[in-house]
Design a protein around this ligand. Structure first.
Ligand SMILES: Nc1ncnc2c1ncn2[C@@H]1O[C@H](COP(=O)(O)OP(=O)(O)OP(=O)(O)O)[C@@H](O)[C@H]1O
Length: 228
C-alpha cells in the first residue's frame, strides 16, 4: 500500500518545474558571459552543460543558486524570485568550486558538523552515505590526508546526504577514477529516478551524456540544446 502511494506521489511531481531562469543575462563589466537565457528545470529530469574552460559553466550555476546575481532577468525557485523573495535556493545539494573542509578533522567529523546546521539527518545516515561513496574505510582519516578523488567524493557525499530535491554539481567527476565515476553516475541516475532534479557540468561531453537526459552546450554567450 505504501509503495502504491509513493508511486502516485511521484507521478504527480515528475515533470513539475522546480527551477527556472527567465531572460537571464550575465555580464562582468564589459564581458558578456551569457545572454537572454530562458530555461525550465523539472522534477525527475537531468540537465547537463558542456563547454570549454572559461565558457561560463560555473557562473551560470552560481546565478541559478543565488551566489551571483543576474545582470538582467530572473531566476525563480519553487515560485520565488532568487535575490528578491529568497536569497539562495534551499533544499539543494550544491558543489560549485571547492567547499572548504576542515583539514585537521576526519571526513566523518566534517560531515557531522555540516549536518548540524540543518539537523535533518542522523550519524547513521551520514555513515550510509559515506559507504555509498566508498569512503567508509577512511571515515576517521583526517581530510588533510585525503587524496584529490577522496575529497571530491566527500564533496558529493555532502551534497546528497540530506536528500535534497535539487543537485547542482559543477564538474562532479573531477579527480575521480573510472570505478568512482561509474559509482557516482549510478547514484545520480537513482536520484533522478526518485524524482530529483539534477544539473551538472563537465568539459567532457560523454560524462554529461551518461547522467543527463538533456544536454546543453555553453559557448560564446549562448546556451544551446544539443539533445532533442
Ligand atoms: N567574479 C568574477 N568577476 C569577473 N569575471 C569573472 C568572475 N567569475 C568568473 N568570471 C569570468 O567569467 C568567465 C566564465 O568563468 P567560469 O568560471 O564560469 O568558466 P567555466 O566554464 O566554469 O570554466 P572551467 O571549465 O575552467 O571551470 C571567465 O572569463 C571568468 O574569468
Amino acid at each position: 500500500m505504501q509503495q502504491i502511494c509513493l508511486d502516485l506521489e511521484m507521478r504527480v511531481y515528475m515533470g513539475e518545474v522546480i527551477l527556472k531562469i527567465e531572460n537571464g543575462t550575465k555580464k562582468f563589466k564589459n564581458e558578456l558571459i551569457f545572454q537572454n537565457v530562458s530555461m525550465e528545470f523539472e522534477k525527475g529530469n537531468s540537465y547537463g552543460f558542456v563547454g570549454p574552460n572559461g565558457c561560463g559553466k560555473s557562473v551560470f550555476f552560481k546565478t541559478l543558486c543565488g551566489y551571483s546575481l543576474l545582470t538582467e532577468g530572473q531566476v525563480i525557485y519553487r515560485g520565488k524570485i532568487i535575490g528578491k523573495e529568497q536569497d539562495f535556493i534551499d533544499d539543494a545539494g550544491i558543489v560549485i568550486e571547492e567547499p572548504e573542509f576542515i583539514n585537521s578533522l576526519s571526513g566523518l567529523e566534517n560531515l557531522k558538523i555540516l549536518a548540524e546546521i540543518q539537523k535533518k539527518i542522523s550519524e547513521a545516515e551520514i555513515i550510509e552515505v559515506l559507504k555509498q561513496f566508498d569512503l567508509y574505510e577512511d571515515r576517521n582519516k583526517k581530510v588533510g590526508k585525503y587524496s584529490v578523488g577522496m575529497k571530491q567524493k566527500l564533496r558529493l557525499a555532502q551534497a546528497v546526504m540530506e536528500k535534497p530535491q535539487v543537485l547542482i554539481l559543477d564538474e562532479p567527476m573531477n579527480g575521480l577514477d573510472k570505478k568512482s565515476v561509474k559509482k557516482v553516475e549510478d547514484i545520480l541516475k537513482a536520484f533522478v529516478e526518485n524524482g530529483g532534479t539534477l544539473l551538472m557540468t563537465s568539459h567532457i561531453e560523454q560524462q554529461v551524456e551518461a547522467c543527463c537526459k538533456i544536454v546543453y552546450e555553453i559557448d560564446g554567450g549562448e546556451i544551446l540544446r544539443v539533445t532533442d
